[in-house]
Design a protein around this ligand. Sequence first.
Ligand code: GLA
Length: 736
Amino acid sequence: MRKILLTSAIFVSAFFCGAAPVLAQSSIEYAQDKKVFLLHAGEQSYAFGVNERGELQSIFWGAQLKSIADIPPAKVGPDVASFDGSTTTTPQEYPGWGSVLYTEPAIKATFEDGNRDLVLHYVSHKIEGDELTVELKDISLPFVVQLHYRVYPEQGIIARWSVIENLGTKFVNLEDAASAAWTLPHGEGYEAHWLTGHWAAEWQQQSAALVPGSIVIESRRGSTSHQANPWFEIDRPHETTEESGPAWFGELGWSGSWRISFDTSAMQQTRITGGYNTFDFAYKLSGGQSLKTPIFYAGYTSKGRGEVSRLLAHFQQAEIFPGGDKAKLRPVLYNSWEATEFNVDEAGQIALAEKAASIGAERFVIDDGWFGQRKVDNAGLGDWYVNQQKFPHGLKPVIDRVHSLGMDFGIWVEPEMVNPDSDLYRKHPEWAMNFPGRPRTEERNQLLLNLARKDVADYVYSFLDKLVSENDIAFLKWDYNRNWAEPGWDAVPVDEQKKIYVAYVDNLYDILSRLRAKHPKLEIESCSGGGGRVDLGILRYTDEVWPSDNTDALDRLVLQDGFTRAYSSGAMMAWVTDVPNFLDNRTVPLKFRYLVAMNGSLGIGGNLNHWTDAEMQESKTLVAYYKSIRQTVQRGDLYRLMTPEENSASSTEYVSRDGSQAVVFAYLHSQRYGTPYPTLHLRGLQPDARYRIKTIDDKLKLSSETVSGDYLMHEGLTFNLTGDYDSTSITLERVP
Ligand code: GLA
C-alpha cells in the first residue's frame, strides 16, 4: 500500500504559534505561508520552495541562514525572448524533461502511449526528525517522485535521493533518473575540482573554471572506476584557499556506472546533477513498481578546501563506515602479494607470517593464488576451493600458526569474476555477462559473472559464506580486476535487460550486507586493481579500501593527497613495499616509505625474507610508533601543511578529535640549491595550550620541552631535512 504524504501538522502549527526558539534548533523548517523549506546542517543552509506554477524550486545553498523569515518565496524564472522559456530559466529541485526544459533534466521517461512529456508539481510533504520527504506528481499522469532529504546536523551534510513510482497500470520506461540536482548561488567565478586517473595513477586532482557549458565526470564501466571518482568540490578561486573561503561539495553513494554534470548557463546559473549514468540507461517500471535512486551527499563550508575533506572524513566515520564511531581501528596488516605473487604455499606463507609478527603486524593476509588451479592469472577464478598442491592440509595450519603468532587472518577473493579456464565456466558459461552469440571480451583473461542474475548472486553468497564459516577468517580483500564489456542479460525480457546496471550493484550490496550480518566480526576491503571501486556506496559495507596498486612512496604522496580530498585516511590502506619499486624502479629509504604509509592504515607488503636484520629492527620501531599515533591519523583532522603536487617537499598534520595529540609528517622529496626545508606552521592546535613534542630522530632542534599552540602555529617548526627522500615525524601531546 502506498503511503500518502501529509504536511507536518505539528510542525506547521508550532511555526504559527511562534515557537521560534524550538524551531530554530530544528534541522528542517517549513514556512507554510510562502511554501518554503529551510534545512540546516552544520554551517550549511539549504532552501527551496514551491513556485507559482507548483514546481519545487531551489532558492539557496550556502552559509548558515538563521531565520526562515529571511528566505523569499520561490519565484519562477523569466521568459528570455522566445528562446529560453521560464521552465528553462527556473532552477527546479528535480526537473522532469517536459515543457520547454533545455537544461539538464533529473528525470526523463517514455510512457506506454508514447508520451515523453513529464512535468512534476508539488503535492505534499512530510517531516520526520531529520528527514523530509516531498512528493511530486506529474500534472496529469499517475506518476510520482518522492524527493528524500536527510539532514545530518552535526556533520554538516545533506543526503538526497528519490523514489520514482509508477502508480498507473501501464508501463513507464525511465531513461534518466538522477539522485538529485543542486543549484549553486547565482553568479560566475566558480571553479570545479574533481579526481581522475587510471590504473596505478588514481586520485589525480583536476580543476577547471565553470564557464557557460558543461563538464561531465562519469563512469560507463559498470563500476566506480579508476578514471573518475564520484566526488566534487566547487569554490571561488579568488576567495577560497586550503584553510578559508566558500566551498560546495558532494559525493555519490553508488558503485555502478554513474554521472555527475556541472552545467553552467549563459545566464550564470550553475547546477550539479548526479546519479546513475544516463548512457545506455533504461529502467522499465510496470504499474505499481518503483525505483529508489542512489544517495547524493552534499555540503558547504566557509572554511576552505581543507575543511571539505575534514567534514567528509568525519561524516564517513560517523555515518557511512560499518560500525560508525564504534568501529575498531584498522590493524597493522601484512599482505604477501608483492612478496610471493601467485606462488603461495603453506611453508612459505607461515615463514612470512612469523617475520610479519616479529615486526608488529596484527593481521596476515594471503592474496591471490590460493584457490582452484590458479598458477597465474589465466585460470581458477570461480573455483573457490583451496588448491591442494599448495595447501595439502587446507588453510587450517596457516591460520592456526597466524593465530598463535597473535595475528588474525585474511584472504583475497575476487567473487564477481570467472576465468574461462575454470570448472565454474565450463559448467555455467551462461553466467558470464554477455550478449548471446556475440564475442566475450576478456581482460586479464577473465569475464564478469552477471551478478544481476539471482542464481549467480546466490552462488557468490554461498561460496563466501562457506569459506568464512569453515575457516577462521577475519578479513576479506574483495578484488575486482576489470570493467564491464558486452553487458547483456538475456535471462530477462529484452525491455528489462538494461536493468543490469542497477540490479548488478543492488545484488552486490545485498551479498555484502548478508555476509556481514551472518559474520558480524568479518571485515572487508574493497579493491579493484587498486582504487577502481571507492565510493560511499561500497563503503557502507567495507571497512577499508585499497587506493592504488602503485606503492611507490613518492607517487603515493600525490595519490594520498587526492584520495583524502574525498575519503577518510582511516579507510585508506597504505603498504610499505620493496625497492626498487616495481612500477617506477625508484629506490626510497625504508623510513620514508613507512612515514608515507603511516598517513593511512599501515600495511607491509614487502618480501620480508629479503629484509636485513637492521631493516627488520627499524620496521619494529616504526610499526610501534605508528600504533602510538594511529588513532589520530585514522580518526583525526587532516591539515595539509604543504601539498606534494608541485613542491619538492610536503607535509601533513593530523590532530586528534579531542585535541590531545597532533602528529606531523615532513618529507623532503629532493633538495635543490641547498635550500633549507621550509618552516612548518602547524594548524588546528589550541593557541593557549602547551604541547610536549616527541621526536623519532634528531631532525628537529628544540630549545624547550614544551611549546605553546600559538608558537607552533605562528612561528612554526624548522626541520633539518636534507638531500633526497629525507623524512621525519613528530608527535605533540597536549600538556594537561
Ligand atoms: C589486483 C590487486 C592487487 C593484487 C592482485 C592479485 O591487482 O589490486 O593488490 O591483489 O590483484 O591478482
